[in-house]
Design a protein around this ligand. Structure first.
Ligand code: SF4
Length: 449
């Protein structure tokens, strides 16, 4: 969410004539886009604000920068941020998530630039070939450990026409792969009139010519409807990825977290997803060491991992987050060493599962959308969101790699695997005939050899 917001704000600044800078000392405008989902992230942000105060007011040995604009955006700026204003008087603008206009206007006034028209939907000017777009802000769920509903507010959906228009512009600027974002993306549209849902939106976005792949995150098990699963199954551009956080494998812990489902309901939902979308790539989020979690209760989380065999798990040790229900009512009483050991146990188990899953893909062919270079090698992803490194790009005499280029989709054959990524070579000509076709479009839901 924040990376997407930063990209949008940057394009507004670029249209006003600003260049980007990594140096907060010489920059005319510094925007701190904050994530405070964990207390440590908020502490990092406040530490940075302290350093910026020195730069702006009295950096020893350098001229002070009273004209410098300092803005804080994102979750740190809740509905009531009077205390923050008092603590950090050198901050010029406090903006809630996606409140781009006051930042651009203040910078415009200070430097004599006109921000008129620079927001224009705040569509990134040079978007990444695989880009993200927020479609619903905030969350109504109020899980006991989570600060998001207090900081980002209640769910507010953007209109479908605005989203479609923005994606059309992004596709015109080279985007091929779009991920629709929401804290609880499955609840998209419930606040709109006439009411629509995520499945309707997927259908509308699917019609955009030039768009190749469509994804969405993050889902909540209670809001992932059959209609949404049918859209994933039936719309060829919608990739077979589902991120379905379970957070804990024990019913008592789930009640304490106020997640609104039981372990068996979660597993039933997973079975439904696997049945309706064969070959689905499943990822999840898990918290270890939540208030009162016993060894046996943690074991039940490991058991869910063994049962489902997720393709990826985002795991975090519980940490007290001031302002949440859990912070007020539930002690953070699992020993730090125990949390660390539980994290290690999850990592070890997942490494084993992912090693096995990825090894089974060696020899298969996939269409990979090349996204750029990483560690000196071309890399991209298949529809299943697997990170794939390409080992034999075709080079010309100058040693450059004219093929493939970022933004191109190529057919590759997987040659080796690790728990975290796959390696591949360009597949020989003719291989594409062997790619699976579903509804007339290549869909590698089932591995092809
Ligand atoms: S559903 Fe997600 S964003 Fe919403 S309160 Fe729960 S953990 Fe936080």
């Amino acid at each position: 969410m924040n990376a997407s917001d930063s990209e949008r704000l940057s394009s507004g600044f670029e249209q006003m004539g600003f260049d980007s800078s990594d140096d907060p000392i010489t920059a005319d405008v510094v925007v701190l886009n904050t994530c405070v989902v964990r207390q440590s992230a908020e502490d990092t942000a406040t530490g940075m604000l302290g350093r910026l105060a020195k730069i702006k007011r009295r950096d020893p040995g350098r001229s002070s920068r009273p004209e410098q604009v300092i803005a804080v955006m994102g979750c740190m700026v809740g509905p009531d941020h009077s205390e923050l204003r008092r603590r950090f008087p050198h901050v010029d603008i406090w903006a809630r998530p996606q409140q781009f206009a006051p930042i651009l206007e203040t910078a415009g006034i200070r430097y004599g630039l006109d921000p008129e028209g620079c927001l224009s939907g705040a569509v990134p000017t040079n978007p990444h070939v695989a880009s993200f777009i927020p479609i619903v802000h905030g969350c109504d769920k109020f899980c006991t450990f989570c600060i998001i509903p207090y900081r980002r507010g209640r769910e507010i959906s953007r209109s479908a026409s605005e989203i479609v228009h923005e994606i059309e512009l992004m596709v015109g600027r080279g985007v091929k792969d779009i991920t629709l974002l929401g804290q609880n993306v499955d609840s998209y549209g419930h606040d709109l009139r006439p009411r629509i849902d995520l499945a309707d939106l997927l259908e509308q976005v699917h019609e955009i010519g030039g768009l190749e792949r469509l994804r969405f995150l993050t889902s909540h098990p209670n809001d992932m409807s059959v209609r949404i699963l049918e859209a994933v199954r039936d719309l060829p551009k919608v990739c077979e990825n589902v991120n379905l956080p379970f957070q804990a494998g024990d019913d008592a812990v789930l009640v304490n977290m106020r997640r609104g489902y039981t372990r068996s309901q979660y597993l039933e939902k997973i079975s439904q997803v696997k049945e309706m979308i064969p070959g689905v790539n499943l990822t999840t989020d898990l918290i270890v060491g939540f208030s009162g979690e016993t060894d046996d209760q943690f074991e039940r989380s490991l058991d869910v991992l063994r049962t489902v065999e997720f393709d990826k798990v985002h795991v975090a040790a519980y940490s007290n987050r001031e302002g949440t229900f859990a912070s007020r009512k539930m002690p953070d009483d699992v020993d730090r060493g125990v949390k660390k050991a539980r994290l290690a146990a999850v990592d070890e188990l997942q490494k084993e599962i992912q090693t096995r899953n990825n090894a089974s893909l060696v020899g298969n062919t996939y269409h990979v959308l090349v996204e750029g270079r990483k560690r000196g090698r071309l890399q991209g992803r298949n529809r299943g969101d697997k990170l794939i490194y390409l080992n034999n790009p075709i080079t010309d005499e100058s040693g450059m790699s004219p093929y493939p280029q970022p933004g191109q989709t190529v057919l590759v054959e997987i040659t080796s695997s690790s728990p975290w990524s796959l390696e591949a070579k360009l597949a020989p000509a003719g291989y594409s005939n062997e790619v699976n076709h579903v509804n007339g479009v290549n869909r590698e839901k089932v591995p092809v050899a």
